[in-house]
Design a protein around this ligand. Structure first.
Ligand code: 3BY
Ligand code: FES
Ligand code: FE
Length: 424
């Protein structure tokens, strides 16, 4: 009997690939993107394929899976993923898809198990993904080794877990090595999640990220955040004042003494690390700028560590302070829908009600997230109008947005050329 190779299905995205390639060529640099980039369903599918299924993504924290058998799950578009702690501290990531008939395997957001057991017909997998048990009548030829869980790439850097769904993930080691060094004094591996917030924003994921990449809107929108956060990104911010630069120099000298890295480091446009001071006299992003947790992170003795800001495109920004850290994960749900998950981390031995009050700890970023949600949603509604056309980003106030959009367009362009050489 000769093998029959089925013809490939037509590429459903072929028309949009050609359309987007043309739009990228015609793009006005320094301007917001044309409407379909923010609201079209096929362009959203292309974003998922070329960005979210190819790039490294921030997934969660190691402190969420502290012991053997602890797992967490998340969805990258249509792809359910599981990250699990195996033996000897190993961390594994798999497609959360049973190899029997494809059911989603783990249905909870997190949990602890001895083995990974599919709830449908109880196929059972070891924590490292090997299939151990598969019913009784699959025949003597059934090869268990063929039906292990499909692994995906996962890396831990100082407690931050990154995953990549690509067969051959892009290089990220340089950034991860620096990230580990910068967060080391805060020992985020030995923290716990004090509070989690999940908000669904009716806006394209790029509008959510664009909004985060500038503080042009901070004065008008974020009075609570501006009670502790400096609106300048760093001393290379074109608006940085002399008073700010003097404060930065003083704080950097303190951090040198404490051995806490602060130097601005960029890894292309995708990743950025910098430790910057909060407003003078403020030590934490709380309503009055005082400590939100009495127990400091790691072995820190000084609460005033500023904010270690960690940017990872396409889906994360973070503030790591002396007393707590706030980590943010962005995941697209649809062309005009995005989920933003925020987690507040404190020392694992900090006692709720004694060292910290969760309601007080979360307040500033809860109100800030809500303010940003409204901004992103109103941005989306205006962009959906037939009156919308791309407008200019300010190089002085919106350089971070320019960087993000340039990075996105480059990634899209490279991916289009790679996947369809005729589009070169
Ligand atoms: O602090 C942040 O995460 C960013 C930086 C500027 C605006 N936004 C609030
Ligand atoms: Fe998982 Fe059947 S689909 S055991
Ligand atoms: Fe904001």
């Amino acid at each position: 009997m000769s093998a029959i190779t089925p013809p490939p299905l037509d590429d459903p995205l072929s028309a949009i690939r050609h359309d987007v390639a043309g739009r990228l060529l015609a793009r006005r640099p320094g301007f917001s993107l044309p409407q379909p980039f923010y609201n079209d369903g096929r362009l959203f599918a292309l974003d998922m394929e070329t960005i979210f299924e190819k790039e490294w993504l921030f997934a969660g924290m190691t402190c969420e899976i502290p012991a053997k058998g602890n797992y967490l799950t998340l969805d990258v578009g249509d792809n359910p993923i599981i990250i699990v702690r195996g033996g000897e501290g190993a961390i594994h990531a798999f497609h959360n898809v049973c190899r029997h008939r494809g059911s989603r395997l783990c249905t909870q957001e997190r949990g602890k198990v001895a083995k990974l057991v599919c709830h449908y017909h109880q196929w059972t997998y070891e924590l490292d993904g090997r299939l151990l048990f598969a019913g009784s009548d699959l025949g003597v030829d059934f090869d268990f080794a063929e039906f292990g869980l499909r692994p995906i790439s996962v890396r831990n850097a100082g407690g931050f877990l990154f995953i990549c769904l690509a067969e051959t993930p892009p290089e990220i080691e340089g950034f991860l090595a620096s990230l580990s060094r910068y967060v080391a004094p805060h020992d985020l591996e030995n923290t716990k999640v004090a509070v989690t917030s999940t908000i669904v924003e009716q806006a394209n994921w790029k509008l959510v990220v664009e909004n985060n990449r500038e503080c042009y809107h901070c004065n008008g929108a974020h009075p609570e955040l501006l009670n502790s956060l400096q609106e300048f990104d760093d001393t290379d911010d074109p608006r940085a004042t002399d008073a700010y630069k003097t404060l930065v120099a003083r704080k950097q000298a303190d951090w040198n003494t404490l051995g806490a890295p602060w130097q601005l480091q960029r890894f292309g446009r995708q990743n950025r690390l910098t430790r910057t001071p909060l407003l003078e006299g403020r030590v934490s992003m709380t309503m009055d700028g005082s400590q939100g947790c009495r127990r400091l992170l790691g072995e820190l003795s000084d609460p005033d560590m500023g904010s270690l800001r960690i940017l990872h495109l396409p889906n994360s920004w973070n503030h790591v302070m002396g007393d707590h850290a706030v980590v943010f994960r962005v995941m697209p749900l649809g062309p005009q829908q995005t989920v933003v998950t925020t987690k507040w981390l404190v020392h694992k031995d900090a006692v709720e009600g004694v060292d910290y009050d969760p309601a007080a700890l979360r307040r500033v970023w809860d109100v800030t997230n809500e303010q940003d949600r409204r901004l992103a949603e109103e941005n989306q509604r205006g962009i959906n109008s037939k009156a919308y056309s791309p407008g200019p980003y300010s190089p002085t106030y919106e350089f971070g947005v320019i960087d993000f959009i340039d990075w996105y367009c480059e990634r899209l362009q490279e991916s289009l050329v790679h996947d369809s050489p005729s589009l070169q």
